[in-house]
Ligand binder design. Sequence first.
Ligand SMILES: [Zn+2]
Length: 257
Amino acid sequence: MEVIARDHAGRPDLAAARRACARFVPIAGAVVAGHWVPSVAVLGQWGPFASLPGELCRWQGPRGSARVALTFDDGPDPEGTPRVLDALDELGIRATFFVLGERARAHPDLVEEVARRGHQIGTHGDRHAHHLVRSPLWVRRDILRARDAMAALGHPARWYRPAYGQPTGSTLAIARAVGLRTVLWSAWGREWAAAGPQEVAARVARRLRSGAIVLLHDSDRFGPRGMSRRTLEALPLVAAELRRRSLEPVTMDELMA
Ligand SMILES: [Zn+2]
């Protein structure tokens, strides 16, 4: 097949090639803008993005409600999740667990236990991968697999948090199209970089306010060994800070109600 346009003399038609390029550049630009710009905006926690029409992505709940949502990513984990569940029981806190589809299929009993203790379950995608380096088709497959995994386990997810908190434009659009609400966070423990539980709690406390969504982890799987232990030991300190500020910990659904 002839792919290079030629003029009537059989020479390559450079003008036609330039016209084809001119058509291709805006399309490529749109793909890049759609895929990367939202990611950069999200990485920078660019405020206006949080209020796009259709609520494509949430960082926090309503201010003034005196409620906050504690959320745990990367489980279910046979080591970390049961310990976090016991600690939350002791503290009388209900939270939201963003679980990975592949881990949920491997540990359905743990998913059941999280729900049985009164917590909400959201999805963290099927595999823990950066969407920035994946194609929109890969992202779509991953989100659908994660959604279907939770439905098959009898715990359909409403809330979705992309791995590493880095949705692309495709991520946001696909999640919305399949009925998931994307949520990031407004406060985090950064347990992987904390020297101990006090530092985790202090980091959370700095951004703790009405409507806050707090990111913590119940698994070491995507961080240094011992990370979720720091989370566990920070929980009583976070709970004390919540009490001191008269903030009520609730699930994602309750926070956004
Ligand atoms: Zn994660």
